[in-house]
Design a protein around this ligand. Structure first.
Ligand code: PGA
Length: 243
């Protein structure tokens, strides 16, 4: 895994945006795997600025998001469909028909997950997958488990994830308890993986991802086996890693 050390969140966001924008410049019809969460917001804001200056063009890009809460409609302000439009898609020239997020509004988990898997597979998997990392080492909503997951599936969120995500909801009880997420095997099929991490709360997870044993107890640790994975992280997130 290549590690890029950044001064702070702004530096991390710019460097991550640089890598994404380089991908789109090199391949205008790139397939981007995108992530929600607070970490990538700065990178999305930077990409929007470059789009406004005509430096990057998303007209031919298609996107595949990692995950979605089960049971939320696409217009629910807490849904990841909404998040992506609000933080990124509504501000660039992407064709919304080419943006994909698992269908959390479909209560039939098996159907929703199989449809999403078929879609990602038909696309030939993504060129670049952007990933955040959870405090417990999760990627997407692949929580610590006995085995690595494969395709898109429905998961029960762990207490630690519900707690971490409750900051974005009015009350902790409002956080959905289940989500549909791309599996670890699908994530690993991306041609390039770009992990972003900032802040001291991520120190342990980042250390375990990079230096710990490869184990489904730390889902992100499997990224050690990917041949083209880049970690862009600030000093605080890298606080336990050797300089
Ligand atoms: P965060 O979430 O960016 O909001 O910290 C990361 C994740 O849980 O994947």
């Amino acid at each position: 895994m290549k590690i890029i050390r950044c001064k702070d969140y702004a530096d991390m966001s710019r460097k991550a945006a640089n890598i994404i924008s380089a991908q789109v410049i090199l391949k205008p019809n790139a397939k981007l795997g995108l992530a929600t969460g607070t970490t990538p917001i700065g990178a999305y804001q930077q990409l929007i600025k470059w789009y406004e200056k005509d430096d990057v063009d998303f007209a031919e890009v298609s996107t595949y998001n990692l995950d979605e809460y089960r049971g939320l409609s696409h217009d629910d302000p807490q849904s990841y469909h909404y998040f992506m439009r609000d933080n990124f898609f509504d501000h660039i020239n992407i064709n919304l028909d080419n943006t994909h997020v698992p269908d959390g509004s479909n209560p039939n988990a098996e159907e929703a997950c199989a449809e999403y898997d078929a879609l990602v597979k038909a696309a030939g998997y993504v060129d670049l997958q952007l990933l955040g990392i959870g405090n417990n080492g999760h990627i997407g909503f692949n929580e610590p488990d006995e085995a690595f997951s494969k395709g898109t599936h429905c998961v029960d969120l762990t207490e630690s994830t519900i707690k971490a995500n409750s900051r974005l909801f009015e009350r902790e009880e409002d956080v959905p308890r289940q989500a549909y997420t791309m599996g670890v095997q699908t994530i690993m099929r991306a041609k390039m993986i770009l992990v972003v991490a900032n802040g001291s709360a991520k120190q342990q997870a980042v250390y375990d991802m990079v230096y710990g044993p490869v184990t489904p107890r730390v889902p992100a640790s499997i990224l050690q086996l990917h041949t083209n994975c880049i970690l862009v992280a600030d000093e605080e997130a890298l606080g336990m890693c050797p300089a």
